[in-house]
Design a protein around this ligand. Structure first.
Ligand SMILES: Cc1cc2nc3c(=O)[nH]c(=O)nc-3n(C[C@H](O)[C@H](O)[C@H](O)COP(=O)(O)OP(=O)(O)OC[C@H]3O[C@@H](n4cnc5c(N)ncnc54)[C@H](O)[C@@H]3O)c2cc1C
Length: 496
C-alpha cells in the first residue's frame, strides 16, 4: 500500500502529527503497536500553547470538557502514608498573567483523556489510524521509504511505500536505534516502577484536583498521584539497580502490598511498567526522509510537565512543513527548519525539567522556586524560532521573551489577547491587516486575508502568520505590495 507519510507510534507525537497532516490534506498512515491509546494518565496538564494547537484542529473545547478537574494547578504533599497526616507544601494558586499573550486557558486534562480525542479527530480528518499494528522494518532511498507493518493479532504483514516516515515511537524509539542516532545527555537519573491501579476512593486525593504525594516510609520511596477518573491512581516507586534491584522484583503481589501499606487500600492493578528518568536529546532529528518527534527526539524528566505538550508541538511543526513540501508549495529545505526550530525547545525543556528535578528532591525547601518558574511559562508562550522559515527582524538570539508583554515579532507566537485570532489560525498561511490595503496582495499570493482593524499594538499594517500560529513577517507599509509578499513567501518556503 502507499501513503504520503507513515507514522510509527500512537502517543501524543504520532497522533498529533497524523491529525495535523490530515488537516492539511496529506495522506497519513499511523501504526500503533498497542490495541488502544495509553491508559496511563502520565502527562497531566495541557499548556496554553497545547490548547492553542488543539484549537487549530477544533478540539480545544472537547479537551477542556474531558477534564473533571476544577483546578488548573498542582498540589504537592509529603508524608509517610496516605492514611496518616500529610504535609501540604503547595497551595500556591497558579495564576501567571498571560492575558496579553492568549485568551485561552490551560487545562488540567490528562494524557489518558486527551489521546483518544486526538486519535478520533485524526481519523475524522482522514488519517488512517491503526491500533494493534507495528512497524517491523524500514529502509529508505532518494525516492521514499519502504516499510513492513504487521497486524499483531492476525500476524498479517503489509508492505508500505511512503514519502516520509515519522518516528513517534517513544523514548526507546526502535527507529532512532536502528538509524544509529545517539542520545546526548544523562540517562538513568532515577529508575522507576510505575503502576496504575484502581481502588476505593482515597479521601486525601479527590479526583477534581491534581495532587502529587511524595511518600517516604522506611525503605519505600515513591509517589502516589490521582487521575481524572474517580478511583484511579498512579504509584511511582524508585528502585536502585546498584543495590541489585530490578523491575522483576516488583511483582503484582509486591506492588499490591506496597499500595496497601502506603494508602490503606486494596488495589486492582491495571498495569505495571518500569521507566527511567532521563534527560537526553537526539543528536539529530532527521535522517533524510525520516524525522524524530516527541520522546523519540528528546526525553525529559516529568518534573517539567512539558514532554507531552512539546510532543504535540513537534507534530504540528513537522506536519504543516511536510504537507507544504508534498503539495509542491515549498522546497525540501523547509524540512530542515523542523530541527532548527524544535531542537532549542527540546533542550530547554530538558534543562528546565532537570532544574525542577533537583528542587523536587528537596520539595519542602524548594517548592516556592518551582512554582515561581517563570522560565516555564516563557517557554510555553514566549518562545522564539529563528530559522529560514521566519523573517527575524533583529539579532535577538534569546530563546524566549516575557509573554506578559508579547512583542509580536517574527519568530514568536501571534499574540491573541482578545481571542479573535487563534480561531482563524491553523489551516494555512494568513495575512492579518489593519486596513484592507493588503487584501489583493494576499489574494495574488493565494493566501487568506483577514481585516482586523482593532489588532493590538504588537501587530503592524500587515502581519503574516504561519499555519502554526507563528508570526513569519510583518510590514509597516500602508500600501499592499504583492511582489514583496510573494518574495517573502518564496524565501520562507524555500522556493527557488
Ligand atoms: C510519570 C510521567 C509523568 C509525566 N508527566 C507529564 C506532564 O505532566 N506533562 C507532560 O507534558 N509530559 C509528561 N510526561 C511525559 C509524556 O508522557 C511524554 O513526553 C509523552 O508521552 C511523549 O509522547 P510520545 O508520543 O513522543 O511517546 P509515547 O507516548 O511513548 O508514544 C510512543 C508510542 O509508540 C509506540 N511504538 C513503539 N514502537 C512501535 C512500533 N515499532 N510500531 C508501532 N508503534 C510503536 C508505543 O507503543 C507508544 O504507544 C510524563 C511522563 C511520565 C512517564
Amino acid at each position: 500500500m502507499q501513503t504520503e507519510v507513515l507514522i510509527a507510534g500512537g502517543g501524543y507525537a504520532g497522533l498529533s502529527t497524523a491529525m495535523y497532516l490530515a488537516q492539511h490534506g496529506t495522506q497519513a498512515l499511523l501504526v500503533e503497536r498497542h490495541e488502544t491509546t495509553s491508559p496511563h494518565p502520565k502527562a497531566s496538564g495541557q499548556t496554553w500553547r497545547a490548547m492553542e494547537l488543539y484549537r487549530f484542529a477544533g478540539i480545544d473545547e472537547e479537551v477542556r470538557r474531558a477534564s473533571l478537574r476544577t483546578r488548573d494547578d498542582v498540589l504537592i504533599s509529603t508524608g509517610t502514608s496516605l492514611s496518616g497526616p500529610l504535609h501540604r507544601i503547595s497551595s500556591p494558586g497558579y495564576d501567571p498573567d498571560v492575558r496579553k499573550a492568549t485568551a485561552l486557558r490551560s487545562s488540567p486534562a490528562g494524557q489518558d483523556a486527551v489521546e483518544p480525542i486526538l486519535a478520533r479527530r485524526a481519523a475524522e480528518l482522514g488519517a488512517d489510524v491503526r491500533f494493534g499494528v507495528e512497524l517491523v522494518s524500514f529502509d529508505q532511498d532518494d525516492d521514499g521509504v519502504r516499510a513492513l507493518i504487521r497486524d499483531r493479532s492476525t500476524g498479517v504483514e503489509t508492505q508500505v511505500q511512503a514519502g516520509y516516515l515519522v518516528a513517534a515511537d517513544g523514548a526507546r524509539s526502535p527507529i532512532r536505534t536502528r538509524l544509529g542516532i545517539p542520545f546526548d545527555g544523562e540517562g538513568g537519573l532515577h529508575h522507576m516502577i510505575g503502576a496504575v491501579f484502581d481502588a476505593d476512593p482515597i479521601e486525601a486525593l479527590p479526583h477534581h484536583e491534581y495532587h502529587i504525594c511524595f511518600l517516604q516510609n522506611g525503605e519505600l520511596s515513591g509517589m502516589v498521584t490521582n487521575s481524572e477518573r474517580p478511583g484511579r491512581y498512579i504509584l511511582g516507586l524508585t528502585y536502585d539497580p546498584a543495590r541489585g534491584e530490578s523491575p522483576d522484583d516488583f511483582t503484582t503481589q509486591r506492588i499490591t502490598d506496597v499500595i496497601r501499606e502506603l494508602t490503606g487500600r486494596t488495589a486492582d492493578i491495571v498495569g505495571i511498567a518500569p521507566w527511567e528518568i532521563a534527560a537526553k536529546v537526539a543528536r539529530t532529528f532527521r535522517d533524510k526522509r525520516i524525522f524524530l518527534t516527541g520522546d523519540a527526539a528528546k526525553v525529559a524528566p516529568p518534573s517539567g510537565g512539558q514532554g507531552g505538550n512539546t510532543a504535540v508541538g513537534d507534530g504540528n511543526n513537522l506536519a504543516w512543513k511536510l504537507s507544504a513540501v508534498l503539495r509542491g508549495e515549498a522546497g525540501e529545505e523547509l524540512l530542515d527548519t523542523y530541527e532548527v526550530e524544535r531542537r532549542p525547545i527540546a533542550e530547554a525543556v530538558v534543562d528546565l525539567s532537570m532544574r525542577n528535578l533537583s528542587v523536587l528532591t528537596d520539595p519542602v525547601a524548594g517548592f516556592a522556586e518551582l512554582t515561581a518558574s517563570a522560565a516555564a511559562i516563557k517557554l510555553v508562550l514566549g518562545f522564539q524560532y529563528r530559522s529560514s522559515a521566519v523573517s527575524n527582524e533583529d539579532d535577538d538570539l534569546s530563546l524566549t521573551e516575557d509573554p506578559g508583554t508579547p512583542s509580536g515579532r517574527p519568530g514568536f507566537r501571534a499574540p491573541d489577547q482578545t481571542g479573535q485570532i487563534s480561531h482563524l489560525l491553523g489551516n494555512g498561511w494568513i495575512l492579518l491587516g489593519r486596513t484592507g490595503n493588503w487584501a489583493s496582495a494576499a489574494e495574488d499570493c493565494g493566501i487568506t486575508f483577514r481585516l482586523l482593524p482593532d489588532l493590538d499594538a504588537a501587530y503592524r499594517q500587515a502581519t503574516l502568520v504561519r499555519p502554526d500560529g507563528i508570526v513569519a513577517w510583518r510590514s509597516d507599509s500602508p500600501h499592499g505590495k504583492a511582489a514583496e509578499l510573494r518574495a517573502v513567501l518564496d524565501r520562507l518556503l524555500s522556493r527557488t
